[in-house]
Ligand binder design. Structure first.
Ligand code: CAA
Length: 381
C-alpha cells in the first residue's frame, strides 16, 4: 500500500491550490454575497483543464485520473464551495456519463466542448416528486418520427440556469417503472426548453440551482444516451462517481474551516495567552483534523477503486456520508473556536458552516448513503 500521491497528482494538487489561493479565495466572500455565477473563474478553470480533468484529452479533457480529480476538487472547494460544485457537476455528472455511455459522435459533439470547459453542463434527474426516490420520474420522452419529444419539470438542478447541455432522465415507458427510464443529452437552446425559478439558498450561493421546464422540447433521436430503458442505471452509475466529487467538496470545506480555526486560535488572546494554549481548543482542533483525515482516506480509496475499474458504489457512499457529516461537524467547531466572531460574516467560518450543510443532502442524502452502504453489505459486498 502506498499513501504517496504520484508526481502528476502532486502537480495537479499544487496547481489547483495556487489557483484557488490567487483567483478563488479572494472572491469567495463577494460571490457569497452577490450570488452571481463566477463565469470568469470557470473560464480560467477550463484553461487549466479542471472542467473535465479525468476525461481523455482526445475528448478535450485533462487526461488525469480520479485521484487527481479528488485532490483538485478539495483545493478548489477550499477556495469556494460554490465553485467546487460547479466543477464537480460538470466533471462527474455530465462529462463522465457521456464518456462512459456516449457514442463516438456524442463524444465529439457534446463531450469535447464540455470537458474542455468551452461549455457547461447540468444533470437533470431530480423532480418535485422524484428526490430520494429517483425512479419516480414524471418527465416523459416520446419518440415521434426521428425526434424525442420531452415534457416535464426538473428542480434543484445545479448549473441549470447557466448550462449549455443537460444530461436528462425521462420516462420512456411508465409500465416498466425504473426500467422504463432513459437518458438523453439535451441542448438547452432547444425550443421548448426553459429555465424556471432560480432558488435562494442557505449556502453555496454562487452556484445556480434552477428549475428546468420542458414543453414539447424536441431533440434528435441520436441524443439518446445509452440504450432505451438504461437511464436509471446511467443515473445511478453517474451518481456513484458524483458522490466522490461531493465528498471531495466536503473535504475542501472542512479544511478551510479547520485552517481558519487553527489560525484564529493562535492570534486570539484570552486569559493572558492565545487560546491555542487551552486544552479545550487543542482537543477541538485534534478532532477536526482527525475527522478530516479519515474523510480524505475514504474519499481517496473510492477514487482509487474507480481508477482501477473496481466496484466502488459502497465506498463512494461511505466517503460522501462521512466526509459531508464531518465537514458539518468541523465547521460547527470552527465557529465555536471563533466564539462570537465565528457568528459574523467577516471571519468566513459562518460561510463554511452554511456551505457544508448541502453536502449532506445533494447527490443523495446521508440517509440514502446509509441505504446504499447497508444494501451492498447485505448483498455480501
Ligand atoms: N449502480 C448500478 N446499478 C444500480 C445502482 C448502482 N449504484 N443502484 C441501484 N442499481 C440497480 C439495482 O441493482 C436494481 O437493478 P436490478 O433490479 O436489475 O437488480 C435497480 O438499479 C433498482 O435498484 P433499487 O431497487 O435499489 O432502486 P430504488 O428505486 O429503491 O432506489 C436509490 C435506489 C439508491 C434510493 C436511488 O433512488 C438513489 O440513489 N436515490 C438518491 C437520488 C440522488 O442521489 N439524487 C441526487 C440528484 S443529482 C444532484 O443532487 C446533483 C446536484 O445538484 C449537485
Amino acid at each position: 500500500m502506498n499513501f504517496e500521491l504520484t508526481e502528476e497528482q502532486k502537480m495537479v494538487q499544487a496547481m489547483a491550490r495556487d489557483f484557488a489561493d490567487q483567483e478563488i479565495k479572494p472572491k469567495a466572500q463577494e460571490l457569497d454575497q452577490t450570488e452571481r455565477h463566477p463565469a470568469e473563474i470557470v473560464q480560467k478553470m477550463a484553461e487549466l483543464s479542471l472542467m473535465g480533468i479525468a476525461i481523455p484529452d482526445t475528448y478535450g479533457g485533462g487526461g488525469a485520473d480520479v485521484v487527481s480529480y479528488v485532490v483538485a476538487m478539495e483545493e478548489i472547494s477550499r477556495g469556494c464551495a460554490s465553485v467546487g460544485v460547479i466543477m464537480s457537476v460538470n466533471n462527474s455528472l455530465v462529462c463522465d456519463p457521456i464518456n462512459t455511455f456516449g457514442t463516438e459522435e456524442q463524444k465529439r459533439k457534446f463531450l469535447t466542448p464540455l470537458a474542455s470547459g468551452k461549455k457547461l453542463g447540468c444533470f437533470g434527474l431530480t423532480e418535485p416528486e422524484a428526490g430520494s426516490d429517483a425512479a419516480a420520474q414524471k418527465t416523459t420522452a416520446v419518440l415521434q418520427g426521428d425526434q424525442w419529444v420531452i415534457n416535464g419539470k426538473k428542480n434543484f438542478i445545479t448549473n441549470g440556469n447557466v448550462a449549455d447541455s443537460c444530461v436528462l432522465m425521462a420516462m420512456t415507458d411508465k409500465s416498466k417503472r425504473y426500467k422504463g427510464i432513459s437518458a438523453f443529452i439535451v441542448d438547452t437552446k432547444t425550443p421548448g426548453f426553459s429555465v424556471g425559478a432560480v432558488e435562494k439558498k442557505l449556502g453555496i450561493k454562487a452556484s445556480g440551482t434552477a428549475e428546468l421546464i420542458m414543453e414539447d422540447c424536441r431533440i434528435p433521436q441520436e441524443n439518446l444516451l445509452g440504450q432505451v430503458g438504461q437511464g436509471f442505471y446511467v443515473a445511478m452509475n453517474t451518481l456513484d462517481g458524483g458522490r466522490i466529487g461531493i465528498a471531495s467538496q466536503a473535504l475542501g470545506i472542512g479544511r478551510a474551516a479547520l485552517e481558519a480555526a487553527a489560525e484564529y486560535s493562535k492570534t486570539r488572546v484570552q486569559f493572558g495567552a492565545p487560546i491555542s494554549k487551552l486544552q479545550a481548543i487543542q482537543w477541538m482542533i485534534a478532532d477536526m483534523a482527525t475527522e478530516l483525515d479519515a474523510a480524505r482516506l475514504l474519499t481517496l480509496r473510492a477514487a482509487f477503486l474507480k481508477d482501477h475499474k473496481q466496484r466502488y458504489e459502497k465506498e463512494a457512499a461511505m466517503a460522501k456520508l462521512f466526509a459531508s457529516e464531518a465537514a458539518s461537524r468541523i465547521a460547527t467547531k470552527a465557529i465555536q473556536v471563533h466564539g462570537g466572531y465565528g457568528y459574523i460574516k467577516e471571519y468566513n467560518v459562518e460561510r463554511h458552516f452554511r456551505d457544508a450543510r448541502i453536502t449532506e443532502i445533494y447527490e443523495g442524502t446521508s440517509e440514502i448513503m446509509r441505504l446504499v452502504i447497508s444494501s451492498n453489505i447485505l448483498k455480501g459486498r
